[in-house]
Structures are given as structure tokens and as C-alpha cells.
Design a protein around this ligand. Structure first.
Ligand SMILES: [Zn+2]
Length: 236
């Protein structure tokens, strides 16, 4: 995250969510969001990469969660395993507990961890909206997670030539559970793959997803805006 938001970069966005991944970035997300109170939302959370530090910052994080619009991002990342598995699960469960108690949407990062994320969610009675961010699952996991009633947020990955399984699986996501995201500065969609991502590039991700679903980009945009309104409990 840079030090300010460039107005140009958000010119085609209806509204946007600024996620935190630890205490300093959650504070920064809050600061940015206060500059755009009508169109931005922010989250407070501790990324699985940082899960080993949970006990040191728990109180500070929880105070931020009480103020934030959303909780996360949290989840499990067994690809990079930068924190121990045990601490990642503890951290994930902490976010699940707090988000449920506060009845706020929860943003989940799920990388090489479908089975444990599924089991953790499935063992609970979930009452708040759950967002699987930058969803990459194929048909099998998409079907399983659909049964939990969660939202699937699609990033620029869906535009990549290599993403055949995801391109197939998005067609199986219930239309009222579909969201779009940028994951800026990561995961720039084609034709910008490998470059720094920009929020305005959401239109490329949207166009690809619309094509896969047989919708116009405008219709898809109406769908994802309506779904986001529901997640954020936003007046229409
Ligand atoms: Zn993530």
C-alpha cells in the first residue's frame, strides 16, 4: 500500500474495500477509508503469514476490529507457511469468533489450504457473511464451499491462460454469491499480468468473468454490486 490514494486509480469504482493484514496496515486502511467515507470500507485483520504474532497484538487488533467495517484478511496459507500451521488455525478461529460476535463480514485468504479452511468453517454455525478472497478453487472445492453459503471473490487470476480449472468453476458459483476484487497491488489481470495492479483494471477481470458466464459486463457489474451491497449491508 502506498501513502495516498490517486483519484485516477478509483475513477471507475462504485466503491471499494481496503483490507488490513496486520495492525499497521489496518490503521492505514482506516485512515484512507476516512478520506472517502461514502465509497470506501476498511477491514482489520491479521494475515496468516503474520499469525505467529497474534498473542502480542491481540488486544490492539480486537479494538480495531470493533471499529472496522469488515474483519480480515485472515485464513490459512500452506503455500508459503510463514507462520506455523497451528498458529494459523488459532488466528483464523480468533477472526471467526470476533466476526461472528460483531456480525461483520469476514475476508478469508485460502491458499493450498482448501481442506482445512472448509473443515474449520463447516464445524461452525456461521451467521455473518464469509468472503473467500481471490478464489482459485476448481469444481470440487467450489461445489463444497457453495454448500456453506459463502461468497466467492474473483481476482485477475481468472483472466490467465493457465486458470482453466477456475474458469470452469466460476460457472458453478451461484450468481448471488459472486464478487469481484482487484487484490491491488497483486494479481494484475491480462493484459497487465506480472505488472503492478491498479484498481481501474477491475474492468478486465469483470469482462473476462462476464464472457465466461454469458453476461454483458454491465449486467455482471449489476450482479456484483448488488451482492456487495448485501455483504456490506449497504442501502441501495
Ligand atoms: Zn490474500
Amino acid at each position: 500500500m502506498g501513502d495516498e490514494i490517486d483519484e485516477q486509480d478509483i475513477s471507475n469504482l462504485e466503491y471499494f474495500i481496503i483490507p488490513g493484514v496486520d495492525v499497521p496496515s489496518s490503521l492505514k486502511a482506516k485512515k484512507f477509508s476516512l478520506e472517502y467515507p461514502e465509497i470506501s470500507y476498511w477491514s482489520a485483520g491479521l494475515h496468516p503469514h503474520e499469525a505467529d504474532s497474534l498473542e502480542d497484538i491481540k488486544n490492539e487488533l480486537q479494538a480495531l476490529m470493533e471499529e472496522a467495517d469488515l474483519i480480515g484478511e485472515t485464513g490459512l496459507d500452506y503455500y508459503r507457511n510463514l507462520s506455523s500451521k497451528e498458529n494459523q488455525i488459532k488466528n483464523f478461529e480468533f477472526h471467526l469468533d470476533v466476526s461472528k460476535e460483531l456480525n461483520k463480514p469476514l475476508i478469508i485468504h485460502c491458499r493450498d489450504s482448501f481442506s482445512d479452511v472448509f473443515d474449520t468453517l463447516n464445524s461452525r454455525d456461521i451467521t455473518n457473511p464469509i468472503i473467500l478472497h481471490s478464489w482459485t478453487g476448481g469444481n470440487k472445492w467450489t461445489k463444497k464451499f457453495t454448500e456453506l453459503g459463502v461468497y466467492f471473490s474473483i481476482s485477475g487470476i481468472v483472466t490467465y491462460d493457465t486458470a482453466h480449472d477456475l474458469q470452469d468453476a466460476v460457472k458453478k458459483i451461484p450468481i448471488d454469491k459472486l464478487l469481484l476484487e482487484t487484490d491491488v497491488p497483486y494479481l494484475a489481470p491480462e493484459p497487465f499480468k506480472g505488472k503492478r495492479n491498479n484498481p481501474t483494471y477491475i474492468k478486465y477481470t469483470g469482462a473476462k468473468l462476464a464472457k465466461l458466464l454469458g453476461l454483458t459486463p454491465h449486467d455482471l457489474s449489476n450482479v456484483t454490486i448488488a451482492n456487495t451491497n448485501k455483504v456490506l449491508n449497504r442501502e441501495q
